[in-house]
Design a protein around this ligand. Structure first.
Ligand SMILES: C=C(O[C@@H]1C=C(C(=O)O)C=C[C@H]1O)C(=O)O
Length: 288
């Protein structure tokens, strides 16, 4: 029987997906996070990299792969609140309909900061929404990365990649993953690869994903070069963006995930993960 996958194919997943050769029994569609969340929950696909908050909300029926994540420790550069006043004075924030995770994260952060701006769904790029009466705009993914660079760039040869700018053109960019780190000291896990508990993925798909990730991470400069050209961004910016991600759902990423779950979805069902790869398999697939 065919096993159906749904991939969020933002640039941050390129190190896993670009080299992925699907086994013959697997088909795949692609879309933005809210589309893939819905596709998994409606049964249109059997596995998807979904917004982690949807995994938490549906932890009673979903399980996640034990060693795949899109997570960061500190800034992410592509989950951005663009604002024209100081955070404490922001009154009206436009939210993208593409994202479940960043909206949930923003709600947690606003609560922790004691702020209560109006949140509204509105599509468009950050600058035009800021010109339409919003003083805050939440954006994610490739367009958010490009818009951050539009505000903070261009980088000079002297810019060190450890202190990238976050202001320009009268706009400040608050990186929500960085704000999460400031609050908790933990990584933020944006996405996990989830499937229904009664329908786990075939072993050859998981194996292919692990091989593709090893290939992608092993050739990150080439992945960055390809996507920098597509995004119209400098190669070193995209390379920095990509190597910054944590793709293996390691213990700190799980810690961050559980901490977020407790804050965002109190009373959620226990989070469950598939079995970790066995030692033999790890050695065979070249992982440590
Ligand atoms: C960090 C990002 O992660 C993505 C953001 C998601 C969301 O906001 O719902 C979902 C999946 C992630 O891959 C991003 O695309 O900017």
């Amino acid at each position: 029987m065919t096993y159906r996958a749904g991939w969020i194919h933002y640039t941050n997943v390129a190190p896993i997906l670009d080299s992925l050769e699907l086994p013959p029994s697997v088909t795949a569609i692609t879309g933005v996070p809210t589309e893939m969340n819905a596709a998994l929950l409606s049964g249109q696909v059997d596995i998807a990299n979904i917004s982690a908050v949807e995994f938490i909300r549906h932890a009673d029926i979903l399980e996640a792969l034990p060693d795949f994540s899109v997570a960061v420790l500190g800034p992410v550069y592509s989950v951005n609140l663009f604002h024209t006043r100081s955070l404490a004075r922001v009154r009206r924030i436009a939210l993208t309909a593409q994202s479940a995770m960043s909206v949930a994260l923003l709600e947690v952060l606003l609560r922790e900061w004691g702020l209560t701006p109006v949140l509204e769904r509105a599509e468009g790029d950050a600058e035009s929404l800021l010109n339409q009466g919003y003083d805050g705009v939440l954006r994610i993914g490739d367009s958010a990365l490009r818009e951050w660079y539009g505000v903070a760039g261009p980088l000079t040869p002297q810019t060190t990649m450890t202190s990238l700018p976050n202001t320009g053109r009268g706009i400040t960019v608050t990186d929500l993953a960085c704000a999460w780190f400031d609050l908790t000291g933990h990584p933020f896990t944006f996405a996990v690869w989830a499937y229904r508990k009664d329908n786990p993925p075939p072993a050859d798909l998981i194996q292919a994903m692990r091989e593709a990730r090893r290939e992608g991470i092993g050739h990150l400069a080439a992945v960055a070069q390809r996507h920098a050209a597509r995004l119209g961004l400098p190669e070193r910016v995209v390379q920095h963006y990509l190597w910054n991600f944590r793709y293996h759902l390691e213990a700190p990423d799980r810690l961050g995930l559980h901490e977020f779950a407790a804050k965002a979805v109190p009373g959620h069902a226990e989070l469950t993960f598939g079995p970790r790869p066995g030692r033999r398999e790890e050695v065979r697939s070249g992982q440590r």
